[in-house]
Design a protein around this ligand. Sequence first.
Ligand SMILES: *Cc1c(COP(=O)(O)O)cnc(C)c1O
Length: 358
Amino acid sequence: MNGLPHRSWVEIDFCRLENNVRNIKASLPDGVKYVCVVKADAYGHSMPQALLRFVRGGADVFAVANLYEASRVREIIPDKPILVLSPMLKQERPLAFDYAATPAVSSADEARAFARLADERGRPLNVQIKIDTGMGRAGIWHEEAGREIPKILEIGGIKVSGMFSHFSSADFDAEYTKRQAEIFLRLARKYGSPEMLIHIHNSAAMRYLPIVPPLNAVRMGLIQYGINPFPDNAGFDKLNIMPVLSFKSRVLAVSRGARSPIASVCAGYADGVPSGYSKDARVLIRGKLCPIIGPVGLDEFTVDISSAPDARAGDEVTLIGEQEGNSISLPDYSRWTRRIPWETMVAIPKRVARVLKY
Ligand SMILES: *Cc1c(COP(=O)(O)O)cnc(C)c1O
């Protein structure tokens, strides 16, 4: 950085990250594997550097969205499975071998295509079967699973190393989620085997869905980063997870000419501050909550500093995180900016520096 101070930055507390993973892992029944979801730059938490902390915390398997992300994990983690959650494009399939990535297959045809590539290379490939239990996206539609899965299980050249499904609404519809789980468990009991990883839990499901055999793994995203997926922020007290990410900026200038004193802050929508915020939106300056006012610009936004009248240019501004005994949680900020927490995490662009706290 040549000594240039940051104007807007994200702080990532790697000790908390590692502790979160350790605590989640410790809460799992014996033998249940931890699939660590690191897609989208570990939800904006600097994936390459975070990987080591995930490993130390107890991650057994990594999960990403695509092969590019798989390649970046493989560069650093030579010896753990990497599950690619989204379907691979036809053109991408050969790269699964280069990165020793595990594709999620959604049909017998797709599995056969991987088997042909495995034959050409004279080396087997692990795949996991993805089952659609009601998400309505990728995966074998569960009503067709009885036809497709047996076909996949007998294809040579590939090894089915797992079977999984994804919840569509575990953070707001427990009944639907439980029905999805029942459908998956029925299929897993029928077609699963002890060598396979069998998993359906995402973060939200951990609150109320027991991890019972044949389930033997969980896929953890949001709660690793210390955020409760539920708006009521309850249900995870025993896990003792702590928020990892803070979002900070600085006061650029203070104006006392208008009816109330106003500070401009050096972050705008190019730094991921959404223009569509609600009237409740606040930031912390000098430990005081100050409302955001006026339109958000590309590089700046303005706040009313009536509650922090001593604010000066250069003061730290906290958009997410703790400041002088006060705090704004990531879910608060998300609600105020009309986003969901996942979206907030991945919407802070590269322009904003990442400061890694060790
Ligand atoms: C992103 C993702 C997860 C993680 O979800 P969280 O709600 O963040 O825990 C799990 N499984 C799949 C298939 C995903 O795409």
